[in-house]
Design a protein around this ligand. Structure first.
Ligand SMILES: O=C(O)CCC(=O)N[C@@H](CCC(=O)O)C(=O)O
Ligand SMILES: [Zn+2]
Length: 349
């Protein structure tokens, strides 16, 4: 193993040597740690039943996930726990982390639909990450999982929540929902339409149990209160080690939402009808105005809608908000999140 990785995965990712050579070591517990690329570490135990990708730093200013992934790699190197799953651990975008920004030229988390023409650094990163994940999942036949860790830009009615992408695969996501509950998350949101996010890539291409996790709110590196994410870390370690997941908390509930609509910004005339700092999951009653663009008015549909990830400053052609409604899934039956096998009826405008 190169000496820099023993100084920490994050440190190596942010300050890599001029020439990087992929390398591997076998720990005394038999676990192989391979440093495949800058920001990509693969863990191979002697036997495995799951193949799990845990990615962070897709957005450079969302730092709690980066600290968590760095900590997991250090703990594996220190043999503090012994994974029984193959793992791919990722810190994706060092330039954006250095710059304390979401991205440099283009939102990396919208570049996983296909191989990208190389117009900027994010396209190159997305292509490399697609390749790394593809090789990783195709190496074995274990159950594929992917957690893409993020932090929200704004305050949120639900501090920690998962966003499950819609795919054309028939993947029953109930184990994922159980994992969210065991991680003490507050909510899950089921998508309805395909997206071009990293978690969608793993769900669509490999049938992975995949989700974007929102871990609290953006903060500078090492200014996060990582105690808040201890239940998530505990659940991850249990999953990685093939142990029983921790029990969900009894003191708080868990909310289920499904996306009713995606509002896409199509011009510079796009405006949100509410304050820029409205929290995620702010509820709007039927008829309340949500956004306006060139005379098209978006208002909440019957039953009302809550707004998630509102952002009028996104690039033209990109998602400016998700609108959601609560629902109660029937967990005694398989729960699918795709266009063909929709989780239940929902009102559309
Ligand atoms: O707080 C925000 O507005 C953005 C936080 C974030 O980066 N969220 C992800 C969600 C991806 C998904 O829909 O699965 C993103 O916007 O890329
Ligand atoms: Zn993000």
């Amino acid at each position: 193993m190169d000496s820099q990785l023993s100084g920490g995965f994050l440190k190596h990712t942010l300050f890599p040597p001029k020439i990087f050579t992929p390398n591997s070591i076998t720990l005394s517990n038999g676990v192989i740690v391979s440093h495949n690329a800058i920001g990509v570490v693969e863990i191979t135990p002697p036997e495995s039943d799951k193949a799990i990708v845990i990615s962070s730093g897709i957005h450079g200013d969302e730092t709690a996930p980066i600290e968590l992934v760095d900590d997991l790699v250090s703990s594996i190197l220190d043999e503090a726990f012994q994974p029984t799953s193959r793992l791919l651990l990722i810190i994706a975008h060092p330039d954006a982390i250095h710059a304390h920004t979401r991205f440099i030229e283009e939102n990396l988390n919208r570049l996983f639909a296909d191989t990208n023409p190389l117009r900027n650094k994010e396209c190159e990163l997305a292509n490399n990450l697609q390749e790394q994940v593809q090789v990783f999942f195709k190496k074995g036949t274990e159950e594929p999982w992917h957690f893409d860790l993020h932090s929200a830009i704004r305050a949120s009615e639900h501090y920690m929540f998962g966003v499950v992408p819609a795919s054309t695969q028939a993947t029953d996501i109930r184990p994922l929902v159980s994992f969210l509950k065991a991680s003490h998350m507050d909510a899950v949101m089921l998508s309805r339409t395909p997206s071009s996010t990293f978690s969608w890539y793993s769900a669509e291409k490999f049938g992975a149990l995949a989700a974007t996790f929102e871990m609290g709110r953006v903060a500078r590196l090492y200014e996060n209160n990582m105690e808040e994410f201890k239940p998530l870390r505990d659940a991850l370690v249990a999953l990685l080690c093939g142990e029983t997941l921790p029990a969900p908390p009894t003191e708080k509930g868990f909310s289920n939402y499904k996306v009713t609509r995606t509002i896409t910004k199509t011009s510079d005339a796009f405006n949100l009808a509410f304050s820029d700092d409205a929290a995620n999951f702010t509820y709007f009653a039927e008829g309340e105005q949500l956004a306006e663009e060139n005379g098209t008015v978006y208002s909440a549909i019957a039953g009302g809608e809550a707004v998630v990830f509102p952002n009028s400053k996104v690039a033209i052609g990109q998602r400016a908000a998700l609108l959601v409604q609560p629902f109660e899934p029937n967990l005694s039956e398989p729960l699918y999140v795709n266009v063909e096998r929709d989780p239940g009826p929902v009102a559309f405008s």
